[in-house]
Design a protein around this ligand. Sequence first.
Ligand SMILES: *Cc1c(COP(=O)(O)O)cnc(C)c1O
Length: 379
Amino acid sequence: MDELNIPYCLPEIGEEEIAEVVDTLRSGWLTMGPKTIAFEEQIAAYTGAKYAVAVNSCTAALHLSLLAYGIGRGDEVITSPYTFASTGNVIVHSGARPVFADIQRDTFNIDPEKINEAITPKTKAIIPVHFAGQPCDMKEIQEIADDHNLVVIEDAAHAIGAEYRGKKIGSLSDATCFSFYATKNMTTGEGGAVTTDDQKIADKMRILRLHGISKDAWKRYSAQGSWYYEIEECGWKYNMTDIQAALGIHQLRKLDGFVATRRKYAEMYSAALRDLEGVVTPVEKEGRKHVYHLYPVLVNEMNRGDFIREMAEMGIGCSVHFIPLHQHPAYQKLFECMKGDCPNATWLYEHEVSLPLYPKMSLMDLESVISCINRVMYD
Ligand SMILES: *Cc1c(COP(=O)(O)O)cnc(C)c1O
């Protein structure tokens, strides 16, 4: 066998993206401008939301969503421990306290029953995370939110294009946050967006993403000239740029094709690995369209670290998602989280391996990964 070199992840950037970026550079409009606005309209149309606000990351999108809904000091926000740093960190930055509800063993997604158990009079919001691109139990989560008057903000960093009961993620809850980071299902290098149907919330986020400077003041005092502005609230520097939007416009057009390839590859992995002893493959729950940002398997009968090391020695990059937030030193110190807090999250973390899965991979790459797994586990 030739030396393999299959990295864990690679972005898929075409000539259209390159030409659009060059066009932006030649236009002289480098920061947020017409292409960002066009991109926002396209994201809203694609997801079926009324409004989309483009920002410089999903982290910023989550932070602005919490702020726009007035969540802060003294409040509690229930979220999944099985997520990236952003989801928990922005809750902390808002002044609120993150409360972790354990996840389901089959989907890695937050368990609605555990949300119910975690509710207190201080609970203000729920942030479900659509792990790997599979939508959470949104009906059950929305019912809990309605019963307790809570805001639902989705961390859909993995889930653009995913569907729940025939509706696109982005059109379901109070606010949905997407990531266009380099490794995600579509990319602007760095970037993110929030979708919402609430015009006031969208307007507030547009102001907060650019220093809290009010556009209304511009209009009201336009007689004074274009130099006039008012700081309405002390905001952030979270805007997207037209260079990023130039990438996003073409990535969004290609997204359904990317998703189709991801789903096809996931099906091929599952067909080859489903019956292997010691490997558990992911499930797609009824009524959802999983977009397989990740293809997470559980390695049960072999040390997970050995598996990843032996795959790497054969030229195959694997990864692990995620080290649960309650196991990190900052969360243990700040919130007295214990290692045993969320047993399902802890157990899944100890056995999870994310296999390479991206549209740029070839069918031969995929077959090589499968044959290397067989060698690692059975030779
Ligand atoms: C990548 C990721 C984020 C953060 O996205 P950025 O755009 O890099 O800020 C948030 N949540 C989850 C679950 C992620 O995987």
